[in-house]
Design a protein around this ligand. Structure first.
Ligand code: C2E
Ligand code: MG
Ligand code: MG
Length: 394
C-alpha cells in the first residue's frame, strides 16, 4: 500500500479522477478539495478538513476515483488500508453488510444520474455525532498503529521471570510497547485488541516474534545452553493464521536456539476452535516450542482450555496473587489451581508478584516461577542483555 502518512503542499494532487481505486484517506490537518470534471468544466465538490475521510467510496466498491483531490493548504493525511474497512464489513452482521451495500449502490447511482461535476452537498457537512467521532478516532488510532509498525517505532520490552527452584532468572516475557506521539506510552491492553479486530495483528505478532528472537540470539551467545527463555504472547487468532506455526518453528530453528528457549503464551480469546489450535500447538511442541496458558482464572482463560489442550505452563492471573494474603477464598483458589496444574503435569507461573510476603507464600506452596514488579519491570533489550540471570537473589 501507499505510504501511510502523506504531507501535501498547497496545490499538490493526492489522486486524480479516473485513477484506479487506492486507499481512503483521513485528513489529519490542513484542507483538501475534491473537484469533479476536467479542465474548464471542473467543479468544486467539497472541502475536507481534519477528521474527515476522502476516497472511502472508491475503497468500498473498488471503482476508480470519481473526483480529483488537491491540497488547498499544507495538509497531512493518513492512508486507510483497504483491509481496515473490508475486513470489518465482512465480519459485521449480514444486516449491516446489506445496508452498507445498499447505501453504496444508491450513492453511486445518484452520482451517475447527476450532470458531471454536480456537488453533493452532504459531503461538505462536518460530522458532530459523538458515535461517528468515536469511529473516526478509532480509524485514526488504527492507522497510526499501522504507521508505528511500518516505521519500526513499536518497542518490545522484557519482564523477568524468577525460577524459584533454580534460584535465577529463568526467562523473560516479551511485552510490546507503543510510544504514541500525542498519548505517550499506550498499553498493549489498549491496542492489541484493536489490532486483533483485523489482520493487523499478524504483522504485529511477526514483528514482536522477530525482536524476541533477536534478543534470544544475543542471550544464547552470552549464556550458551543456560540461555534464559523468552515467551511471546500470541492470541488464538494469530496462532491459527495459516503458516504461523511453520513461521515460528522456522524462525526459531534458523536462529539455532535450544529447545524451550522460545515459548509462546496463548492469551485470552472469545472462542477457541480447539481442533486447529491443538494441531498448531502439536507442531510447535514437536519442534521444541512449549506453551503457557496466560491469565488463567479470568476472562476466557478457563478450564475447558486446560482440558482440551496441552500446556507446559499455567500462568495464574495477577488478580489471585494480589488478594491471596488477605482473602482466605483467594488463597484457597490459588492452592486449588496449583494442585490442578501440577496434576496435569504443568508448571505454574504466578503473575503480579509485588511483595516478599507473596513470594514466600508461593515458595511454601511449591510454585516454580514468579513474575511481577518484585522480580522486575519490563526492560529494554539492552538491559536484558547486560543482566546476569544467575546472580539474581531475593
Ligand atoms: P499479560 O501477557 O498478562 O502481561 C502481563 C501484564 O501485566 C503486562 O502488562 C505487565 O506489565 C503487567 N504486570 C507485570 N507484573 C506486574 C505487577 O507486579 N503488577 C501489576 N499491576 N502489573 C504487572 P502490559 O505490558 O500492559 O501488557 C498487557 C497485555 O497485553 C499482556 O498481558 C498481553 O495479554 C498483551 N500483550 C502484550 N504484548 C503482546 C504481544 O506482543 N502480542 C499479543 N498478542 N499480546 C500482547
Ligand atoms: Mg502474557
Ligand atoms: Mg498474563
Amino acid at each position: 500500500m501507499a505510504r501511510i502518512r502523506r504531507e501535501l503542499f498547497p496545490g499538490e494532487v493526492l489522486f486524480r479522477q479516473g485513477d484506479p481505486a487506492g486507499c481512503a484517506w483521513l485528513v489529519e490537518s490542513g484542507e483538501v478539495e475534491l473537484h469533479a470534471g476536467t479542465g474548464g468544466s471542473a467543479r468544486l465538490q467539497g472541502v475536507f478538513g481534519a477528521g474527515e475521510l476522502i476516497g472511502e467510496l472508491a475503497q468500498l466498491d473498488g471503482a476508480p476515483y470519481r473526483a480529483t483531490a488537491v491540497a488547498r493548504s499544507d495538509a497531512v493525511l493518513l492512508a486507510i488500508d483497504a483491509d481496515q474497512f473490508a475486513e470489518r464489513i465482512a465480519a459485521s452482521d449480514p444486516i449491516v453488510h446489506a445496508l452498507v451495500d445498499s447505501l453504496r449502490t444508491r450513492v453511486r447511482a445518484l452520482q451517475e444520474a447527476l450532470p458531471r461535476g454536480t456537488p453533493l452537498p452532504l459531503e461538505d457537512q462536518p460530522c458532530d455525532d459523538p458515535e461517528d467521532r468515536a469511529g473516526i478516532e478509532k480509524i485514526r488510532f488504527e492507522a497510526q498503529l499501522r504507521e508505528a509498525l511500518d516505521t519500526g517505532t513499536l518497542e518490545v520490552h522484557y519482564q523477568p521471570i524468577h525460577d524459584l527452584q533454580a534460584g535465577r532468572i529463568g526467562g523473560y516475557e516479551a511485552l510490546v510497547r507503543w510510544k504514541h506521539e500525542a498519548l505517550g506510552q499506550v498499553s498493549p491492553a489498549d491496542f492489541i485488541r484493536l489490532a486483533e479486530e483485523t489482520s493487523l495483528i499478524v504483522p504485529l505478532g511477526e514483528y514482536v516474534l522477530d525482536r524476541a528472537i533477536d534478543v534470544l540470539r544475543g542471550l544464547h551467545r552470552l549464556h550458551g545452553e543456560a540461555v534464559p527463555s523468552v515467551a511471546v504472547n500470541l492470541s488464538a487468532r494469530q496462532l491459527v493464521q495459516p503458516g504461523m506455526a511453520r513461521q515460528v518453528v522456522a524462525r526459531a530453528t534458523r536462529a539455532g536456539l535450544p529447545r524451550g528457549a522460545l515459548k509462546l503464551e496463548v492469551t485470552e480469546s472469545r472462542m477457541l476452535d480447539y481442533g486447529p489450535v491443538a494441531a498448531v500447538m502439536q507442531h510447535c511442541r514437536a519442534h521444541g516450542v512449549p506453551f503457557a496458558l496466560d491469565d488463567f482464572g479470568t476472562g476466557y482463560s478457563n478450564l475447558t482450555h486446560l482440558h482440551e489442550l496441552e500446556f507446559e505452563y499455567v500462568k495464574v492471573d495477577q488478580a489471585f496473587c494480589r488478594h491471596m494474603l488477605d482473602s482466605r477464598r483467594a488463597m484457597a483458589i490459588v492452592e486449588a489451581i496449583i494442585a490442578m496444574a501440577h496434576g496435569i503435569g504443568a508448571q505454574v507461573i504466578m503473575e503480579g508478584v509485588e511483595t516478599r510476603e507473596q513470594l514466600a507464600e508461593l515458595r511454601r506452596m511449591g510454585v516454580r516461577h514468579a513474575q511481577g514488579w518484585l522480580i522486575g519491570k519490563a526492560q529494554p533489550p539492552e538491559a536484558v542483555l547486560a543482566a546476569r540471570p544467575d546472580a539474581f537473589t531475593l
